[in-house]
Design a protein around this ligand. Sequence first.
Ligand SMILES: [Zn+2]
Length: 272
Amino acid sequence: MKIVRRAAALLAALAAVALPVPAAHGEAAGAPKGRTVVALTFDDGDATHLAVARMLQKRGMRGTFYINTDTIGRDEKLTRDQVAAIAKGGHEIGGHTLTHVRLTELTRNEQRPQICDDRRALVEWGYRPTTLAYPFGSVDGDAKAVARECGYDAARVVGGLQQWSCPGCVAAEDLRPKDRYGIRTPGSIREDTLLRQMKQQVLNAEKAGGGLVPMVFHRVCDDCGLYSTSPKTMNAFLDWLVTRKARGTVVKTLQDAVGARFRPLPARDASS
Ligand SMILES: [Zn+2]
């Protein structure tokens, strides 16, 4: 009798605890839905990115900055001190290969130093890089395998998600991406991308029930090339993003968005 009563009490306690679980599992079975997470990523270690980092910080946001360690300190690129200042602001510093090569044009043995030695330099500079962005979004099976070998826990491509040029694509990446070495994005934001179109990328994800929207930016300056965004547009977009918080939409680094963890560097070998 006592045992029965205790079992009944236990069952009741379990039921109280377990009640919300079926709903959560139901969500996890498909694409992770609910909240929309925007990852603002900035490629190439452009000199304008220090100001961008401050724009984000002013709004309590953190971004992801993909740098090419071999070009840091060159004309129009960040200096090492500036990269350090960005990292100090709480932003993610990720890898983008040594010299911004098109990985698909390299053999696997040539890809390895580009990805591994770049990551090794980041580690030697004191960072804990967990995610990589493939230059030009150019990727093949070898590059994905090498990214993993080099210790990256996730990597970002360019494209694959819904935008004006791909209305039929899915609106958001999964928050636990099925292909962690092929995290999809809408196409790169360009000089001719309208603020309205940038907002639409986020709205599409919200409407589709949430998920991850990594956005790909390059330079942030006026009239400075096809792959650029004016500071005015960037500020307006960030101000608008702040207002989406009410809708549950948040900004995270790509690393935090997908839960990427630091993995050790591979041992140096003859090929690297
Ligand atoms: Zn790039």
